[in-house]
Design a protein around this ligand. Structure first.
Ligand code: ADP
Ligand code: MG
Length: 699
């Protein structure tokens, strides 16, 4: 049971002021873990990654170009553009020292007239620049009257965004969330906290969002260290508890005789890759031993994990036991079932499907078959966890796409059997250095080798100035039947400008390719988005311009060209994922990384790596190496599962301390029953490790 004083933090974001249903959906996309609604706590854990210092309040004549300034002035003159012109709307403002032009491109005139009435006193905040000798400010970030000026934070936090969400939405929600923060008991060792000058959890969250100086967003600030430590400690504590549990329960040997696996192998239209063989050797050895298996299989999308899972499950069946394969979504569970069904039939393995949507009668029959042993392998969703699901003798539990599940869920499936072995599969390659952190003492098999017959993706880096050549190339390609994704990234701060950029790009491409060009962006209604996607899928449009990441679930094998504009703004993992959208069919694919010159050092390295390799493992290692050198838009974009508050390359030293702390805690107070133990239970709940708390009771 979750401590009741945490309830306000676990309420849905819609409970916060200023968060309506629509904004709540955007928050869900930005923050939610595993498809659930975003909660108040998720907002608090969404820390700012940058700060805008608005403390400078110079007179106009003293304002320095290229610095953020907040200027008090009178609105002196409006200069709207002539009708139907694309020229900007300008507004002249002045103080006793000089004047300044505010410049608005493609903006709503009514809004400008309302915000900046002639003769009114206003504060504008933004970057000043000199243009042909005149001071101007293009799209001031803030236009304030006296009342709203009072609410302007002197140092403003900058948060990672998603389409449809603005800084002010997040700032307002964060304020509401901070107001709901209860006082919590201290779970850190007081001496440790004192020595490192760590504030309390509540103070740390406040200081992380309500900034006094721009340095307050630095990961090394004490309040950021405190939060990172809390997250790391919760993780290490949960892992240590799970480990203790697995050891205590021990394992059972499942020795197979190879009769089923041989039949499956004979029915495959291909032979296994060396990496698949190797992984299977390791898995079979684990299954056959007395030790309980806790193994991770990692491999990029398409590396062939499913067949490895099936052969491992067949081994358990040969030993007279059952196996279960759990997928994160209904669609994936069905897909697995349909793919495995023919192979199982050939081998004489009885396969069943269990999801939340089965008819009552079907479900009853499946449950009966699992309980009696009349079914050998079951594929399903988290419906497999339900209490009503009982196995005759579950020997192996396989969890696909692990990072969407927590530690506890992995374990819970294993608990359905008598010392069942657990195999976890993930499509996000994780650098070796991080495996221990995320997965504790799990053994790891890596599928680094892709199945034969896939042609490599030709990745090219092209400065955006050469866009004309690119467009000509596209013309030839779609002439011979190719389909093209064209991705324009989301930039922070001003989403309208981003959208304008994507629309402008679609417009330019339409000049060449007419209505063969489609557009999807986050501000479109779901139905329009689906329609645009479907038109691309059917080939009615050949080029699909998209703003942020193309939504999951899109699989268009005919798409062979991925153009990524402003490639310099994406993280490596994200570029790798985007590129993975092509190269799915037999035809040769191309990835065009269009970049804006001049390229920064880190961006240049990223693009180099993308050109050099398609190996997700190598890319993950390089990503870790390059991250932290700035230019990362936000942790969420890195594609790494796990941490929200800790920045692993900055807080590595804390990780070691957390690991030792966790060991010591459990050695002294294995049931977490002391006063500090009770506080630590609160910590585990905060970081979603509550299943570890339940383990304590299961003893
Ligand atoms: P993932 O690792 O993403 O789960 P899958 O298991 O879905 O990958 O495999 C991707 C595709 O590759 C499937 O169509 C599968 O049949 C095929 N495949 C798997 N192993 C091999 C192999 N050794 N040789 C050729 N094709 C393979
Ligand atoms: Mg898979």
């Amino acid at each position: 049971m979750r401590p009741t004083n945490l309830n306000p933090l676990f309420a849905p974001v819609a409970a916060l002021p200023g968060v309506g249903e629509k904004i709540a959906q955007h928050f869900k996309r930005l923050l939610a873990q595993g498809g659930e609604d975003a909660r108040v706590l998720d907002v608090l854990f969404h820390l700012p990654h940058a700060a805008v210092d608005r403390r400078a309040r110079p007179k106009i004549a003293d304002a320095q170009p290229d610095q953020v300034v907040t200027i008090e002035a009178m609105v002196a003159e409006h200069r709207p553009p002539p009708p139907r012109s694309r020229a900007p709307y300008k507004v002249l403002i002045e103080d006793e020292t000089g004047d300044l032009l505010l410049v608005f491109f493609l903006s709503n005139h009514q809004w400008i007239e309302k915000m900046l009435p002639l003769g009114a006193r206003r504060w504008v905040s933004g970057k000043l620049e000199l243009w042909e000798g005149y001071r101007q400010m293009v799209h001031p970030e803030r236009v304030l009257d006296e009342a709203s000026l009072k609410k302007l934070p002197p140092v403003e936090p900058v948060y990672g965004l998603t389409e449809g969400l603005y800084q002010r939405n997040i700032q307002r929600a964060v304020e509401g969330a901070i107001a709901r923060l209860p006082d919590l008991p201290e779970w850190l060792d007081p001496a440790f906290a004192r020595e490192r000058r760590l504030p309390s959890f509540k103070e740390a969250l406040e200081a992380s969002h309500r900034l006094s100086t721009p340095q307050d967003v630095d990961p090394s600030a004490p309040h950021r260290q405190r939060l990172a430590y809390d997250e790391l400690l919760a993780g290490q504590l949960a892992l240590a508890m799970v480990r203790g549990r697995v050891k205590k329960v021990g394992g059972r040997a499942s020795v197979g005789d190879g009769r089923l696996t041989r039949k499956i192998l004979a029915a495959l239209p291909y032979s296994l890759t060396g990496a698949q063989e190797e992984a299977l050797r390791e898995i079979r050895a684990d299954l056959s031993s007395e030790h309980r298996m806790l193994r991770l299989v990692q491999g990029d999308v398409g590396s062939g994990k499913t067949i490895v899972a099936l052969l491992a499950m067949a081994h358990a069946v040969e030993a007279g036991r059952q196996a279960a394969l759990m997928a994160p979504t209904e669609i994936l569970a069905r897909q697995h079932f349909e793919r495995l069904q023919p192979l199982c039939e050939t081998a004489g393995i009885r396969l069943a499907l269990l999801t939340g949507r089965d008819k009552a009668s079907e479900r009853k029959a499946t449950l009966a078959a699992l309980a009696s042993g009349a079914c050998d392998i079951v594929v399903g969703t988290h419906a497999l966890f339900q209490e009503s699901v009982a196995f005759n003798d579950l020997g192996l539990a396989v969890v696909d796409e692990q990072h969407r599940f927590g530690v506890h869920q992995r374990l819970a499936l294993g608990e359905k059997g008598d010392a069942a072995d657990v195999l976890v599969m993930t499509a996000t390659p994780i650098p070796r250095t991080l495996v221990l952190t995320y997965f504790g003492d799990m053994d790891v098999s890596s599928l680094r080798e892709k199945p034969a017959g896939r042609s490599p993706i030709d990745t090219r880096a092209i400065p955006v100035e050469r866009i004309d050549e690119v467009i000509q190339g596209l013309g030839r390609a779609i002439g011979s039947g190719a389909r093209v994704y064209w991705v324009c990234p989301l930039v922070e701060e001003n989403e309208d400008l981003d959208l304008a950029a994507a629309e402008e790009r679609a417009e330019l491409l339409r000049q060449f390719f007419g209505d063969q060009v489609g557009l999807v962006h986050g501000k479109m209604k779901g139905r329009d988005k689906d329609a645009a996607m479907a038109a691309f899928q059917r080939g009615e449009t050949k080029i699909l311009v998209a703003t942020t990441v193309i939504e999951v679930g899109v699989d268009v094998p005919e798409a062979t060209i991925m153009a990524i504009e402003h490639a310099e703004r994406f993280g490596l993992a994200q570029l790798h994922q985007l590129r993975g959208r092509v190269g799915r069919g037999a035809a040769k694919s191309t990835c065009l990384l269009l970049y804006k010159t001049p390229l920064g050092e880190v961006a240049r390295s990223r693009i180099e790596i993308m050109r050099e390799t398609e190996d997700g493992f190598r890319i993950a290692e390089e990503d870790l190496r390059l991250r932290g050198e700035g230019e990362v838009l936000g942790a969420r974009q890195s594609g790494m599962p796990g941490f929200r508050l800790a920045v692993i390359e900055k807080h590595g030293e804390l990780l070691a301390a957390a690991r030792d702390d966790a060991r010591l805690i459990l050695a002294r107070d294995p049931d977490l029953s002391s006063e500090r133990g009770q506080a630590l239970r609160v910590l585990l709940h905060l970081f979603g490790k509550d299943a570890a708390v339940r383990l304590l009771r299961a003893g």
